[in-house]
Ligand binder design. Structure first.
Ligand SMILES: [Zn+2]
Ligand SMILES: [Zn+2]
Length: 344
């Protein structure tokens, strides 16, 4: 079977590996769709991000779906041929954070395609994947690419849970790549009244509009566009900061009303913040990292038609064209979510 392996920045190879058999409690899956994520792009373009660097070849990918081909002993509730979304979240279930229900903070997390630990955790971009049955969420009624959107959707749903009550609230989203666009969908589903989206790309802002933003603002073209929202100490109750860029966060903080909440999703390295404004407006600054139980919630919301991720899915490429897919996904002027078609 083929898999997509990153060796160093821009050194992406399609390699052949042995097909694995499922152990007890596992299933074997013929992959159908794999979404290229921002973290995959960091490995592809830069060989890592921040202090996290590739130290050995690693199979990329963690946004996948596929059809079950074999069931290991003792697996119930799944059957051969079924389409499943596969959660890349693989916590140990025994450490103190897992015991507390904070699975995304697991001390022994084996999240697909991550160079955070060494040896690296190999990813899921392979024609045949063996996964725990507990990672699989039945995706009947969805397309394979929709099912593969469950992972980034779960990230946005987790952030929305962190944000708390959104009913009737005003929300600003900075950075409208896939996570920003999905945050718009999640905030809207949670009852947000006004949603304003900010980015530097007209293409991504067009998608933001399609998924329900009331207003879209290109701060690249109009750097002063957010100033009107700073009147009377600010406008927005909640900020989803998805860009990881310091100028975006600093500008957004000026638009938050007293007691507003900053949900930081973007990972752009350390930055300095306007602490005077955070303190005097009594803002809350919270991080949001990955997800766990929100994965199944995301699949359920999509299957019920309560969240439509369609406008984000801009391109599909064949497995053998994976490298072009990564180049395309890196271009925010024309691509949002690029899927690799493993089914051929
Ligand atoms: Zn992802
Ligand atoms: Zn754990």
């Amino acid at each position: 079977m083929k898999s997509i392996v990153i060796h160093a920045a821009k050194d992406l190879r399609i390699e052949t590996h042995e097909v694995e058999e499922p152990d007890a409690g596992q299933v074997q899956i013929k992959l159908a769709a794999g979404g290229i994520c921002g973290s995959d792009l960091h490995y592809f373009n830069h060989g890592g991000f921040g202090a996290i660097r590739l130290k050995e070849p690693m199979i990329l990918g963690h946004e996948v779906s596929g059809h079950i081909t074999k069931l290991g002993a003792g697996v119930e509730g799944l059957h051969v041929g079924q389409l499943v979304a596969v959660s890349p979240s693989r916590p140990c279930n025994t450490c103190k954070y897992c015991q507390e229900g904070l699975h995304n903070q697991c001390l022994n997390m084996r999240f697909y395609g991550s160079a955070m630990p060494f040896p690296h955790i190999q990813g899921a971009f392979r024609e045949v994947l063996v996964a725990d049955a507990s990672q699989c969420v039945v995706a009947d009624g969805l397309s394979a690419a929709q099912a593969a959107m469950a992972e980034p959707l779960a990230v946005a749903l987790h952030a929305t849970k962190r944000a708390g009550d959104l009913l009737g609230k005003s929300v600003l989203v900075t950075g409208c790549g896939p996570i920003g666009a999905l945050s718009i969908l999640a905030a809207r589903r949670a009852g947000a009244d006004r949603v304003v989206a900010v980015d530097l790309s007209d293409f991504t802002l067009g998608v933001a509009k399609k998924v329900g933003a009331d207003e879209i603002i290109n701060t690249g073209r109009d750097p002063k566009a957010l100033e009107s929202f700073t009147k009377d100490k600010g406008t927005f109750d909640v900020l989803y900061e998805c860009s990881g860029a310091q100028p975006a966060l600093v500008a957004a903080i000026a638009t938050l009303r007293p007691r507003g909440k900053i949900i930081q999703l973007g990972l752009g390295g350390d930055m300095s913040l306007p602490m005077m404004a955070i303190t005097s407006k009594e803002l809350s600054l919270m991080g949001s990292f990955r997800f766990h139980e929100e994965f199944a919630t995301g699949v359920s919301l999509m299957r019920k038609g309560l969240i439509d991720v369609g406008p984000l899915m801009t391109h599909t490429v064949a497995l053998d064209d994976a490298k072009q897919g990564f180049e395309l996904a890196s271009d925010r002027s024309q691509a949002m979510k690029v899927h690799i078609d493993f089914a051929g």
